[in-house]
Every structure is written in structure tokens, then in C-alpha cells.
Design a protein around this ligand. Structure first.
Ligand SMILES: C[S@@+](CC[C@H](N)C(=O)[O-])C[C@H]1O[C@@H](n2cnc3c(N)ncnc32)[C@H](O)[C@@H]1O
Length: 463
């Protein structure tokens, strides 16, 4: 994959009409298509059970466990998370996770082979170590966890303990994502998350000593009071710890969805141009260090499977972001978790109380979802390739379903406008996002979103 995003400012010599508009456009992040705001209550637990029963037991699946609890709530947090510290309450939550895992296993046609297992949150390591181990044992009891499976967990370095690190090692975790965000004190104060370099360095040592060898660092740009220099300094400090991958997430300010973001002074947020420069400078620093850009916001060393998948056009995107995981089935447990099956998407009730009530009553906590049509599937394929490769061959995506020029005539008209702005190149049926404009890929993908503008969804700005 080309990595010349840093050629941006030079390649963009004149202000482009409509660009500011595009930067402020509010579009989905396309971790799925159709996107979650278009899920509806017409899909319930009975549909989910039917869909599970139809699974092909020979096909590997991915498993996602959502733990919506943290020790502290960070002001910028866009995730479904709340503070919960009592070990008994966390243990009761884990018992319900196990019950849900059993219900899913009961509905499936056989012992499912799991090739990717991801614990997200929130902060999964908020569970006491013995409790987390109990859930891992329950998974081993009811699912066939592949011996080469990627077993990953999201970590808040501020609350990592030696006991948790050795539990993760013993349970076979081989990848961890550490929330770092930014090391600069004024940014940390502005986002309500104070975390020293030493805390991160200690967590890295604990994890490596325990055998959790693959480490990702999550950084953010577009934070309040953050400058381009802050982003680069943070990258430089992180490099001293030799992580394998970086994610550089653009801060999504959605205070209408996440109340705690109201604590952030919106007048101190960088504008679209500043955000772009922050990202480009951080990206340039990482690329100078040999990291390859992967998708919209990930960086990996060239021999990392994620970088290899990106070069080979085998990159995938799901609710955890960019992944090497090709599984068509993602089974997800825990409050708000979203699963994907060949027939469509299902989402659990969001609030831990509502979710718990359903699990205690012995039923799956599905609050909604969407069955996917052939049209959805085709558009999902186009959007995924754009988000992963920054290019798509529409003729191939149409798969014999008529010529792309006819099938996607309105979309091609909109793409011609984006081509006039220098954002994409059109070559027959091939759409390529120009390297300098890659941060706008969500807006390009949105051209193929047949649901956009229908319903109540509000998204974060595109850049
Ligand atoms: C699911 S969170 C879990 C992080 C973990 N609980 C911690 O405290 O480090 C994973 C990552 O999402 C990113 N993130 C959280 N809120 C975000 C937002 N509003 N916009 C963009 N990225 C966000 C952060 O980089 C965070 O580390």
C-alpha cells in the first residue's frame, strides 16, 4: 500500500472548493454497513437464535466480549462504558457473560471454532484476574479455541497489575491494545486522563514478561488543546517502547451521545485543517521509523500480519477497526455488543441493567439488528474495500449484476464532483482516493451509503 499521505500539503496547492464542507461533513466510521443507527427493533432474540442455528459449524468464527466498565471515566470517551469498581458486581457481570456465551453456543449447530477472540470495552482488565480467567475457561469449555487464535484485550495502563498480566499470559492472550492517547500534560488535563510515560512503560514490561508479546498503542489526534507538536512528541516517546502497531484515532466529539464529553471545552478543539496536519505529522514520524500505514488510522511494521494483509488487499474492517480477521461471523456478548452473521447484524441491549435482566431471565438480550439484502451486501463490499484499500473496482463489486455505470449512476455522478475537487480519481469503473485525501475516505464511502440521511443518526465530523 502506498504510504504517501504526507505528500498531502505539497500535492494540494490551491484551496479546493467544497473541501471545508467535506471536512465538517458528519459521516459514519463504517465499521459496518449498514451502520448501527439503522438497526431496528424488528430483529429480536428469536431471529438471532434462528440465524445461529443456520451457521455452518465448519466455518471459523470470531468472538467479541464487551466489558462496559472502567476504573475512571475519561472525558473524551466515545465508548459504551461506565465506572464500576466493586469486585462482587464485576464477578456477577462475568457470570452473566458466561451464561450468554452458553446460550449462543446452545443455539449454534455444533462446537464452533474460534480463530479471533477480542475483549473490548470499557476496560476488560477491570474484571478481577480470577474472574477473567473463569470466563476464559468457560469459552474453552464450550467453543473450540484454535491454538493459533489471536487472543486480544484492550487495556488501561493506569490499572494494570502484575497479577492481571500473569493471568493474561496464562490464559493465552497474545495481543494487547494499550490506551495511550497523548503524553502531553496540558492535553491530559484537558481530557481528564492523566497517565505518565512510566505507567505505560511498566505495563509494557509486565505484559512482555508475561508472554503477551504483540502490543498495539492507541493514540488520538484532534483532542482539546492538542497541537501538531504534541502528537509528534507523543509518537516519539511511544517509539522508545517498541510497540508493534499504532492506531491514531481522530477524536470523535459526540456530546449528544456521550454526556462526559460535555466536560471538554469545544472551543479548544482543533479545526479540520489542524486535525489533518496533526495526523499527517504523526504519520510521517511513524513512517520515518519504518511503520507502514494501514487503512485510515493504523500503522504496523512491514512484517506485521496487518501490514502484510494491507499490501495483499486482504485487510478487513469490523467493529474493532482494522483486522486480519476474514471470518464472516462475529459473535458478540455483553451490553451493546454487535454481532455479525451471514443473515445480518444483531445488537445487544446497551444498558448493563437491561442486558442483565434478559440474561437472568434466560434469553438473549438482542435489542435490534438488521437483515441484510443483496444490495446491502454489494454496497458493504464496496465500502469495505474503500475503507481498507482506498480504491475499489465497481465492475468487480457488481459481480455480473449489470454494468456499474448503470447500477451506480447517481453514485458516479457524485464521485465526479469529488473527482473535480481532486479527492478521487475515476478510471472506468475504478475509484481511487487520492493519497493526500485519504482522511476523507469516510465521505467517499458515504457516497455508496443508501441509508445515509434516513433516520435520526448523527455522526462525528469526517476529518
Ligand atoms: C474502547 S477504548 C478502550 C481503552 C481503555 N479502556 C483505556 O482506558 O485505555 C479504545 C480506544 O478508543 C479510542 N477512543 C475512545 N474514545 C474515542 C473518541 N471519542 N474518539 C476517537 N477515539 C476514541 C481511544 O484511543 C481508546 O484507547
Amino acid at each position: 500500500m502506498s504510504t504517501d499521505l504526507t505528500a498531502g500539503p505539497a500535492a494540494r496547492t490551491a484551496p479546493l472548493p467544497g473541501l471545508a464542507l467535506l471536512a465538517s461533513e458528519r459521516v459514519p466510521r463504517y465499521t459496518s454497513y449498514p451502520t448501527a443507527p439503522h438497526f431496528h427493533a424488528g430483529i429480536g432474540p428469536a431471529d438471532y437464535v434462528d440465524w445461529l442455528a443456520d451457521l455452518d459449524p465448519t466455518q471459523p468464527v470470531s468472538l467479541y466480549l464487551h466489558v462496559p466498565f472502567c476504573e475512571h471515566l475519561c472525558w473524551y470517551c466515545g465508548c459504551n462504558a461506565q465506572v464500576l469498581r466493586r469486585p462482587e458486581a464485576l464477578s456477577a457481570f462475568a457470570d452473566r457473560l458466561i451464561r450468554e456465551l452458553w446460550m449462543v453456543a446452545d443455539a449454534a449447530p455444533g462446537r464452533l471454532k474460534v480463530t479471533h477472540l477480542h475483549w473490548g470495552g470499557g476496560t476488560p482488565t477491570q474484571l478481577p484476574p480470577a474472574v477473567l480467567e473463569r470466563v476464559m475457561q468457560a469459552i474453552a469449555d464450550r467453543y473450540a479455541l484454535d491454538e493459533d487464535a489471536e487472543v486480544a484485550v484492550e487495556i488501561d495502563p493506569r490499572v494494570m497489575t502484575p497479577a492481571m498480566a500473569s493471568t493474561l499470559g496464562r490464559c493465552g492472550f497474545n495481543r494487547a491494545s494499550l490506551g495511550v492517547q497523548d503524553f502531553t500534560p496540558h492535553v491530559q488535563a484537558a481530557i481528564g486522563r492523566v497517565q505518565s510515560y512510566d505507567v505505560v512503560a511498566r505495563t509494557v514490561d509486565l505484559l512482555r514478561d508475561a508472554g503477551v508479546g504483540q502490543l498495539n498503542f492507541d493514540l488520538m489526534y484532534g483532542l482539546p488543546q492538542q497541537t501538531e507538536g504534541d502528537c509528534v512528541t507523543t509518537v516519539e516517546r511511544c517509539l522508545r517502547l517498541y510497540p508493534d502497531r499504532f492506531a491514531m484515532f481522530g477524536y470523535a466529539h459526540v456530546p449528544w451521545m456521550r454526556k462526559q464529553q460535555g466536560l471538554i471545552d469545544a472551543s479548544t478543539l482543533p479545526d479540520g485543517d489542524a486535525r489533518m496536519r496533526q495526523f499527517e505529522s504523526a504519520a510521517a514520524r511513524l513512517q520515518a521509523e519504518g511503520f507502514q500505514r494501514v487503512g485510515l488510522d493504523h500503522f504496523a511494521l512491514p512484517d506485521d500480519p496487518l501490514a502484510e494483509a494491507a499490501r495483499a488487499g486482504r485487510l478487513h474492517r469490523n467493529f474493532q477497526g482494522y483486522t486480519t480477521d476474514p471470518a464472516e461471523v462475529l459473535l458478540a456478548v455483553g451490553p451493546s455488543a454487535i454481532g455479525q452473521l451471514p443473515q445480518g447484524f444483531v445488537q445487544n441491549k446497551t444498558g448493563p441493567r437491561d442486558w442483565s435482566a434478559d440474561i437472568d431471565a434466560g434469553r438473549l438480550a438482542t435489542k435490534g439488528g438488521i437483515a441484510i439484502s443483496a444490495d446491502d451486501r454489494q454496497r458493504a463490499g464496496i465500502i469495505k474495500r474503500l475503507m481498507c484499500d482506498f480504491a475499489v473496482d465497481l465492475e468487480a463489486a457488481c459481480g455480473g449484476d449489470g454494468p456499474a455505470v448503470r447500477r451506480f449512476a447517481p453514485e458516479l455522478a457524485r464521485l465526479r464532483e469529488l473527482a473535480a475537487q481532486g479527492i478521487v480519481e475515476l478510471d472506468g469503473g475504478t475509484v481511487t482516493v487520492r493519497p493526500w485525501a485519504r482522511l476523507y475516505v469516510r465521505s467517499v464511502a458515504a457516497v455508496f451509503d443508501a441509508y445515509l440521511g434516513k433516520g435520526p443518526a448523527r455522526h462525528s465530523r469526517s476529518v
